[in-house]
Each structure stands twice: as C-alpha cells, then as structure tokens.
Design a protein around this ligand. Sequence first.
Ligand SMILES: Cc1cc2nc3c(=O)[nH]c(=O)nc-3n(C[C@H](O)[C@H](O)[C@H](O)COP(=O)(O)OP(=O)(O)OC[C@H]3O[C@@H](n4cnc5c(N)ncnc54)[C@H](O)[C@@H]3O)c2cc1C
Ligand code: SF4
Length: 518
Amino acid sequence: MTTLHFLGPWDLDRRLPCMPRHPHDGPIVLIESRAKSSALPYHRQKLVLVLSAMHHFAEALRADGFDVEIVNARSYVDGLREVTSRRRPERVVAMRPREWGMERALRIARKENALGVPFELFDDGGEGSHFLLTREEIHRWVEGRAVLRMEHFYAHLRKKTGWLMDASGKPLGGKLSFDADNREPPGDERPPPALVHAPDAITRACMERVRSWGHGWGELEGFDWPVTREAALAEIDHFFAQRAALFGRYQDAMITGERFLWHTRIAPAMNLGLVSPREVCQRIVHEHARGTMPLAAAEGLLRQILGWREYVRAMYWTRMPAMRRANALGAERALPVFYWEPERTQMRCMREVVGQVKATGYAHHIQRLMVLGNFALLAGVEPLALSHWFWAGFVDAYEWVELPNVHGMALFADDGFTTKPYAASGAYVDRMSDHCEGCHFRVKERHGERACPFNPLFWDFLVRHRDRFASHPRIGALYRTWDRFGDDERARILESAAQVLASLTPTDHAWRFEDDRC
Ligand SMILES: Cc1cc2nc3c(=O)[nH]c(=O)nc-3n(C[C@H](O)[C@H](O)[C@H](O)COP(=O)(O)OP(=O)(O)OC[C@H]3O[C@@H](n4cnc5c(N)ncnc54)[C@H](O)[C@@H]3O)c2cc1C
Ligand code: SF4
C-alpha cells in the first residue's frame, strides 16, 4: 500500500510514528501554507526559522534516499489535496496538529473525504511522540477534578516518568519543587556568550524569500537560531556545559543588554520537533546524576519542561476553543502601540524587552510574564489583542503554548488557570533587574508625572477588581495596605493611573488577525 506521509511544520523528527521507516515506505510531503504565513504579522525570524528548518529537514531525508516534496500552496488542505491527486497514494498519514484551527481543517477534510483516500491522524502525545501524554490521558487526568493545578499535573508526571525520583518513588531531595532555592536577583556573574548559528546557504535563501514578501514584523538580520537537529543538540550541549549550573539561580533575573542569560534557548527548536522534550528531560536527569547540575537547578528546569510545557498543552486541548474568548476580568483596552514600536515608550524595562523581541523574536519567561504580560494585565488590555501579539512576535510561538500562557498565566483571563494574577508594581522589576536605574520614571514613587507607571496601575488594578480579590488569601492583605493610605494619597494614585492609561496610544496597524487561517 502506498502511504503519503504529511508532516506539519512542527513534526521535524524522523522518529515520529507518522514517518516512513524506509525510503520505499512512501513519499513525505511538507507544505508551505501561504494562508498560514500571512495570517499574522509574524516575526521575520520566525518565518525564516520555520522555512529553513523544513528545508533542512527535507534535504537531510533526501540525502538518505527518501522521496520528499515541499509544496507551496494556498492552505495546508489545498496543498494536501493537490499532492494526493497527483501522487495517488492509497492512504495519507499525519500527526494530530499542534493547533486547534489546523486540526479542525484536517478533520473536516477527512470527514468530507476531501483527499479521496483514508486519512489517519496519530496522537501527538505518548511513546515516540513529542508530548508525554496522549490526548486521551490528558482527558482522563482532567476528568473529575474540581480544580486543575500545574503542581498536581507535574507530580503525576514525575511519578509516571520516575525522573528525579528515588528507588522508593519519592522525589530526590525529599520535595517536588525547589522553587524557593532558585530565582535570585541578578548578581555579579555574567552569562557566557551564546552559541552562534551562522546562517548557511539554505537559511540565507529563506531570508531572501521572507525579505521579498514585504510583510512581517521584527528584524531579519541577525537571525541566529538552530535550524537542524544537529544545531539544536549543540545548543543543548552548550547549555549543559556553560549555563546549566546557574540556570535556576538566575532564572528570573533581567540584565540590560543580556538577552539569553542562563536560559536554554531551546523552545524554538523543541517546538519544531528538532529535539524532543523527552530527550531534554532525560539529559537533565543524567547531568544531575553525574554531578554537573545541582538538584535545585535540575528540578527547576525539569519543572519548566515536564511541568509547565506539558501542562499548558493539556489545558489548551481541554479548554479550546473557549480559551480564546476567555476574558474573566472584562479587559477591553487596545494593545498600546509600543508593543510594536518600543521607541514610543519611556519605560526602560518595556523598551528593553520589546526591543529585544523585535531584534531576536525571543524574551525569557520573566520578561514575558512580569514586564510584557504584567503591564497588559494592569492596564486591562484585551486578552486576544495581547495573545495575537505574542503569537506573531516570538520565534517559539504557536497557539497551543502562547494562548494558555497569555490568557491563563499572564492575564488571568482564563479563570482558575493560576491561583492568583501575576500582578506586580515596579518594585518587582526593580528587584529582579537593573532596568530601573537609568529609567525616565522613578520606581519608588506611587504617583505623579515621573512615578513608575507600574505603581499607580498596580493599585488601580486592585481597586478595579476589589470584589474579586479582596478575600483572596494571598492578595487580601494588599487591600488593607491600600485602606491605610490616606484619602489624598489614594486619590493621587488613582489620578496618576488614569493619566497613564489616557497616555497610551493604541495600536493603529491595519492588520487583520485570523486565528484559524491555515
Ligand atoms: C505570556 C507568555 C507567553 C509565552 N509564550 C510562549 C510561546 O509562544 N512558546 C513557548 O514555547 N513558550 C512560551 N512561554 C513560556 C516560556 O516563556 C518560554 O518557553 C521560554 O521563555 C523559552 O525560552 P527558553 O527556551 O530559553 O526557556 P527556558 O527558560 O530555558 O526554559 C526551558 C523550557 O521550559 C519550557 N517552558 C518553560 N516555561 C514554560 C511555560 N510557561 N509554558 C510552556 N513551556 C515552558 C520551554 O519549552 C522552555 O524551552 C510563554 C510564557 C509567557 C509568560
Ligand atoms: S522605573 Fe518602572 S518603568 Fe522604569 S524600568 Fe523600572 S519598572 Fe520599568
């Protein structure tokens, strides 16, 4: 039987169950979808990354004798239809897609027999796939739970995998999380230089193509991301050799001009399938066992990949499509223009982080959560507007991972995803970064023209949502502080917040965002 193997852009792994084991097992097709690449003003480096990784993957397979075709089509389904009618396979196989819109399009195509042959979709989780749990296992875990918590999910996966567990099934070091031992403010250490992935001829050709398209956001020059499995493995080796030991300690630190600090930089490659989370987790366990990574750092990183990464994917498939409409705090504000044009704000932290995203398509977790997300949360930015910006602007962004992080974690829009909103005043940025020192605004001031905008907005946010948070065990005390401020102080803070909000210029771009265009 001739089987056509269709790979999504995130299925770039020879070991996946939808891959042929032998060149005679049938052709492989990858599709460049014009609808997808123009659905959002994607970062130009993201477009290059996806294209280049697909083309490198195809080249490597061809060198081993596989019949690989890259089809440029209006949409994924159009491309599949065209290639099946031309190649006439007896069946088509693929992994279940990572994005809801694409999964829906493929399911409709299958139901309507649009390909004219049986079309089989393999689960994207479980043994041999890129996530630890199958969709069925996720649903079984979710079923019957009144509250869903990442900690419980992570505990379940630690037990299931046995990673960083002792022979009696107990977590190494006696506890599941070493969060409290990590997350120090920046110290005197500086990170080693990042590994360089100079663009080769294939990448340079992709850069030329993207340049010629004329659309997109962000800087194209300076593209420096791993586009092959070999390069991704080198990135991992570099991390474990040079940065792993301090990863946990400075996981939350922000230092002006230092883009990657001690982070892995592995999400862009891992989300494309170039390396699997399973192998990265096994490497963490191995490095800890041989004494090169302290337990707190090893556990901290394992929790990000085995815990958060798997959890957000589980929540995505459990709550879609409702997650997109989630807006628990009723936020309606348009996205401020400085998310696209960082030179239009005097907030040094925001300028630094958005400028970095524009230059690289990357920011680390705390920059995303506590600068970009926190500002939007406090200012009441409409969740979908911020979500589209994150989806477009980051080299590692796909809806399954950005949407739960933006709606669930950063904006508290998907009620119950986290126990409390990640809202903070400027004091947090001051503690965890060196940005405040040279800022136009004064981080210690609560009101007035030069007060750090995070400060009045923080109190304004709490006041706006008093009904919801006043009795919250971890936030309630803040209301007592607020009530102790004098009337005059409270009025000045709220007036400053109103001035900050009035000063925000909304995004004026005429882009049309289309979540499901694929
Ligand atoms: C608002 C917001 C939006 C985000 N959008 C994305 C996104 O589009 N794509 C993406 O891959 N990650 C996203 N994250 C999660 C996290 O910020 C990035 O995975 C991480 O910064 C990538 O850099 P790194 O590879 O150097 O990660 P490291 O800090 O070195 O962490 C190691 C790995 O842990 C995983 N990880 C850590 N935290 C999370 C998390 N909350 N969700 C999922 N995986 C996690 C990633 O795979 C990451 O590569 C977002 C977080 C926030 C707060
Ligand atoms: S003072 Fe406020 S706006 Fe300026 S860098 Fe610090 S936190 Fe950011």
